[in-house]
Design a protein around this ligand. Structure first.
Ligand SMILES: Cc1cc2nc3c(=O)[nH]c(=O)nc-3n(C[C@H](O)[C@H](O)[C@H](O)COP(=O)(O)O)c2cc1C
Length: 176
């Protein structure tokens, strides 16, 4: 059975991006879905000095292995001041030191959400232009606006958004 990982690009306990990524994972049939939580990987703020002195931590290597062992990735990015949340950027920078092709050309479904009407469009634009240089094989992408209105009780309640995300998920599954 193919193995999919979901990642919310945030360390908020109640991360809406984690919720979105996990709910999209639940829509997928016939695959194993593993929900990763960046909180489970303790990573110091990246510095070349720490890298030189301490090398790659066990947690970093575990996170890297989850990506390596997966067949596909659902990633939903939080937007902080128009860019990646610091915790995600930190993990991304550390991972890129192990292998610049962080995403290993695994099929990726790329999402972002916020409570704004743009749903994290700025961080999405950054990731869409950057990830291809880091082994990103983006099969589909979607910003999910006004999260609290459109996602309730663990489910996508906007019919239009659910239809779009289901179509993207189908394309993603076919690409595995
Ligand atoms: C420092 C900071 C900056 C933020 N900047 C943005 C922003 O640029 N655009 C946006 O839509 N929301 C912004 N927000 C609101 C986040 O989208 C919101 O906190 C969201 O819950 C983050 O996703 P998460 O729950 O997955 O961590 C910001 C929040 C914080 C704490």
């Amino acid at each position: 059975m193919k193995k999919i990982i979901t990642i919310g690009g945030s360390t908020s306990k109640e991360s809406i991006n984690k919720k979105l990524a996990e709910s999209v994972g639940q829509l997928l049939k016939g695959v194993e879905v593993i929900n990763l939580d960046l909180n489970n990987y303790e990573l110091p703020i990246f510095s070349e000095d720490i890298e030189k002195d301490q090398g790659f931590s066990n947690d970093l290597q575990l996170l890297n292995k989850e990506i390596e062992d997966s067949d596909g990735i659902i990633l939903s990015l939080a937007e902080h001041n128009g860019a990646y949340a610091a915790a995600f950027k930190n993990a991304f920078d550390w991972l890129s030191r192990i292998n610049g092709k962080v995403w290993r050309n695994k099929p990726m479904l790329l999402l972002s959400t916020s409570n704004g009407t743009r749903g994290g469009q700025s961080v999405m634009d950054i990731a869409l232009s950057r990830f291809p240089y880091n082994g990103g094989n983006i099969i589909g992408s979607m910003t999910f606006p006004s999260f609290d209105q459109n996602f309730q009780d663990g489910q996508i309640v906007s019919e239009e958004l659910l239809l779009r995300i289901t179509q993207l998920s189908d394309r993603f599954i076919k690409s595995l």
